[in-house]
Design a protein around this ligand. Structure first.
Ligand code: HEM
Length: 403
């Protein structure tokens, strides 16, 4: 049994730069074979091989930093209302509490509800194409298309009226900054202020839906019952919070990463014109995933592959590395539409597997399947600019001419 080798020296330069650009994938190639490896100064072990990531997510000894554990590590976190709501949501629970909350949310967030959104998503996307065309020949796909789609889709799903969606957008973006591990102190203050605004808004929305239910997820969550317990008022707000936090920037980044892929890879664009939007979406999610890391805490000593990891260690799964592991995908750096169906690491594995994966895929298929049809001559007008975030992987600017 080996102990994880200390790769602090090699990790340093990577942490000093922003890892989520092409150099991240070179870096993953360089360290994957030594994974799991340790960064003792951070009490952290990183896992980069696909096989280990897929198995590691399912290890019972690896748990989420739930509210009780967070109390021990970061006392005072509950004082900041917006962050407190997010960190109490089902994403951050383990065992029976997680099973209960996820079961209740699944009753409202059904595959049928997602499938029924298809027409609405197409309408949203077509409306945004119209706005872009009306605004002139130049556009920024990140700003004008990719970040607006998830806002409208989740807003409509939850039941936030369209006018309010525009007002909430900057607050959602500010709030999300703090989820990234490397952010300026100033971002924390903005995130806390925006968190409070979102909290007050959702509280009011739930109260309105209680008085007068609509055909939306907020009303469905209120109506959900199981034998033992319905969602409490606090759990309801936390869940709505989580859907915005989990489904917003991830999807917006997937759409941006896919737009850049289709504008820079003529062969893939040609396949899209022939109607392969589903396969294209899968390959975008694999090749340049919107999230690069997901972590757990080792509650007890665990073994991953031939490596023993001590209790109390933070275990970080490198999703971007798993998706480019040659042991799981042939020629992993190539962008290829006809791959075997090895499940992607991009949505995680096991009990916390992404609830919104179906919705995200639907949004991808609709955008990638229609963009070239609407704008046959669309082309990059400058170099796309990557976001400066550390974990969230996407573009902040994708300049194009539309004609
Ligand atoms: C391409 C877009 C997306 C990506 C890459 C993504 C990625 C992920 C990942 C990796 C997890 C697992 C986290 C963990 O194990 O700790 C997760 C969980 C989750 N995602 Fe997504 N997500 C996306 C879109 C969405 C959307 C559109 C929604 C809903 C509107 C959503 C809602 C959730 C929720 C509620 C969870 C928590 C599940 C649980 O803890 O049981 N996600 N997502």
């Amino acid at each position: 049994m080996r102990t994880p080798p200390d790769l602090t020296e090699r990790i340093g330069p990577m942490f000093a730069q922003r890892p989520t650009d092409d150099s991240a994938y070179e870096f993953y190639d360089a360290i994957r074979e030594q994974s799991p490896f340790a960064i003792p100064g951070l009490n952290m072990v990183c896992v980069g091989k696909y096989e280990h990531v897929a198995a590691g997510f399912r290890l019972p000894g690896l748990v989420k930093q739930d509210p009780e554990r967070r109390d021990r590590k970061h006392p005072g976190w509950r004082d900041r209302i917006g962050l407190a709501q997010f960190y109490q949501s089902l994403l951050w629970h383990n065992g029976d509490t997680h099973r209960r909350l996820r079961g209740l949310v699944n009753k409202a967030f059904t595959p049928k509800r997602v499938a029924d959104l298809s027409g609405g998503v197409t309408e949203i996307v077509t409306g945004l194409y119209r706005d872009m065309a009306a605004a002139g020949r130049e556009a920024d796909l990140a700003r004008d298309l990719c970040s607006r789609i998830p806002m409208h889709v989740i807003g409509n799903l939850v039941g936030v009226p369209t006018a309010d969606q525009f007002e909430l957008l900057p607050h959602v973006l500010d709030f999300l900054l703090v989820i990234d591990p490397v952010h300026a102190a100033e971002a924390t203050e903005r995130a806390v202020a925006s968190g409070q605004i979102l909290h007050d808004y959702f509280l009011d929305l739930v109260a309105r839906r209680r008085r007068s239910p609509q055909d939306d997820l907020a009303s469905a969550l209120i109506a959900v019952r199981d034998d033992s317990a319905a969602l409490s008022e606090a759990e309801l707000i936390q869940t709505v919070y989580l859907l915005f936090a989990a489904g917003f920037e991830t999807t917006s980044n997937m759409l941006g990463n896919g737009c850049v892929a289709l504008l820079t890879r003529p062969e893939a664009a040609e396949r899209l014109r022939q109607g392969h939007a589903r396969a294209f979406t899968e390959e975008v999610l694999r090749h340049d995933p919107p999230l690069h890391f997901v972590s757990r805490i080792a509650e007890e000593p665990v073994v991953i592959g031939d490596t023993r990891i001590e209790a109390g260690t933070e275990v970080v799964f490198l999703l971007g590395s798993a998706n480019r592991d040659p042991a799981a995908y042939n020629d992993p750096h190539a962008f290829v539409l006809d791959r075997s169906r090895t499940p992607l690491a991009s949505f995680g594995f096991g009990s916390h597997f992404c609830i919104g994966a179906g919705l995200a895929r639907l949004e991808g298929e609709i955008v990638f399947g229609t963009l070239l049809e609407h704008f046959p001559g669309i082309a990059l007008s400058g170099k796309p600019v990557r976001r400066k975030t550390f974990n969230m992987n996407g573009y902040e600017c994708v300049p194009v001419t539309l004609s």
